[in-house]
Structure formats: C-alpha cells, structure tokens
Ligand binder design. Structure first.
Ligand SMILES: CC(C)(COP(=O)(O)OP(=O)(O)OC[C@H]1O[C@@H](n2cnc3c(N)ncnc32)[C@H](O)[C@@H]1OP(=O)(O)O)[C@@H](O)C(=O)NCCC(=O)NCCS
Length: 194
C-alpha cells in the first residue's frame, strides 16, 4: 500500500479536466475548524439522490433537517465521534468527496473498521474516491486497525471497482439482504487486511 504522505502530497495537484482553477485538498475534518458552509456542503453532497440509494427512504425525516439542525448535529455528534476516522476532499470551499471508517470498539471486533465513501457526481471518475480511500486506510493503519470491511449493492459497479482497486477482496454475497421498493437486493461483502 502506498505511503499516506505520498498520497496526500499528490492530492494538492491540479486535476485534469477541471482547468487550472481547481485544486483538490484532502484533509481530516476532525483536525480542522470547519465553517458552517463546509458542513452544509458536505450534507448536501451526501443527500444527493445518487448518494442516498442505500437508506434515503428509511431515513427521509433525517435527511430533511434544517440547516441549523444539520450544523448542530455535525458539531455535537459526527465531528466529535472518536470511533470514526474520516478524510474529506475540498475544492475551493466546496466539499466534493469523503471516505470514513467507523471503528468497532468492543471485542472481538475491535481490530476492525467499516468503510464508507462518496464523491459528488460532477467530480466522479477522476481518482478522487481512490485517493480518499487510500488516505483513510492510511489513517486506519496508523490507528492500529488490522482489518477493514465494506459492502455495497451487488450492482454498484463504481463502488465494487473502487474497492478492488484499493486492494479489497470480495468475500461473499448476502442474497436478498436489503429490501428496497419491495424488491430484495443482494449485497457484496469486501474485506482488506492492513
Ligand atoms: C463509488 C464512488 C465513490 C467512486 O468515486 P470516484 O471518485 O468516481 O472513483 P475513482 O475515480 O477514484 O475510481 C476508482 C476506481 O473505481 C472504479 N469506478 C469508478 N467509477 C466507476 C464507474 N462508473 N463504473 C465502473 N467502475 C468505476 C474504477 O475501477 C476506478 O478505477 P480506474 O479509474 O482505474 O478505472 C462514486 O461513484 C460514488 O460516490 N458513488 C455513489 C456513492 C456510493 O455508491 N458509495 C458507496 C456506497 S456502499
């Protein structure tokens, strides 16, 4: 696996396809003071239809929070959560991607973490998801985690491709594990030993 510092060094480069004005920065939201606008930008990214396929209809009320509620929720709960490792991508004040690992805190899974990721649609297919995942894996390794797990809908080719590219191995299929719009959906399970 590449060295975390090498990955982060690459991440301030100008990205091809976005012109000379776009610079991408990958950072840990827990290590910086975030503006309210950045928190709202992050929330807007996560609430986009292409990002919420997993759980939107079950948590509709949760996603309909007011700006004040979103900011309060993030400052008091999400950013203060010590069991989460996170890397966000920022382009000129806009949050355009994230990868996070939720750490299990109890034995026998305290060596494990659960990876999730998301990149704003207009920024996809430019290597941002890959850089974010490698950056947060580097943090997980520094924190002493030994195994990372992730799962996605069986037909989510972009997530599957990203996980494979980052070194994850497919470990199984949970047939009909999620019910969406009355239809049973299969879940692919992935794992990586750090
Ligand atoms: C999954 C996601 C984060 C990928 O982000 P991204 O920045 O576009 O990914 P990258 O450009 O870094 O691509 C990394 C690899 O992922 C795969 N990939 C990405 N998009 C793909 C697509 N549309 N189709 C097939 N493979 C794709 C490729 O293998 C790619 O490697 P390559 O460029 O060498 O071919 C993004 O598509 C997304 O936000 N999807 C919606 C949210 C989601 O599904 N999250 C996971 C829920 S479990």
């Amino acid at each position: 696996m590449p060295n975390l510092n090498d990955i982060l060094a690459q991440c301030t480069n100008v990205l091809p396809g976005h012109g000379p004005m776009m610079t991408l920065e990958i950072f840990s939201p827990q290590e910086q003071v975030l503006t309210d606008e950045e928190i709202l930008s992050f929330w807007q990214m996560l609430s986009a239809p292409d990002q919420t396929e997993w759980d939107y209809e079950d948590n509709e009320e949760f996603y309909r929070k007011s700006d004040e509620d979103v900011i309060r929720f993030f400052r008091s709960k999400v950013l203060a959560r010590t069991a989460a490792l996170a890397c966000w991508a920022r382009d000129d004040g806009e949050i355009v991607g994230m990868a996070s690992i939720h750490r299990h805190t109890e034995p026998p899974k305290e060596h494990c973490g659960e990876l999730g990721f998301s990149v704003r649609q207009a920024y996809q297919r430019q290597g941002i998801g890959y850089r974010l995942v490698l950056a947060v894996l580097g943090k997980a390794r520094e924190a002493g985690l030994q195994r990372i797990e992730s799962s996605c809908f069986a037909d989510n080719e972009s997530a599957v491709g990203l996980l494979r590219k980052a070194g994850f191995r497919e470990e199984g299929l949970r047939v009909g594990a999620i019910k969406k719009h009355g239809r049973l959906r299969d879940i692919r399970e992935f794992g990586l030993l750090l």
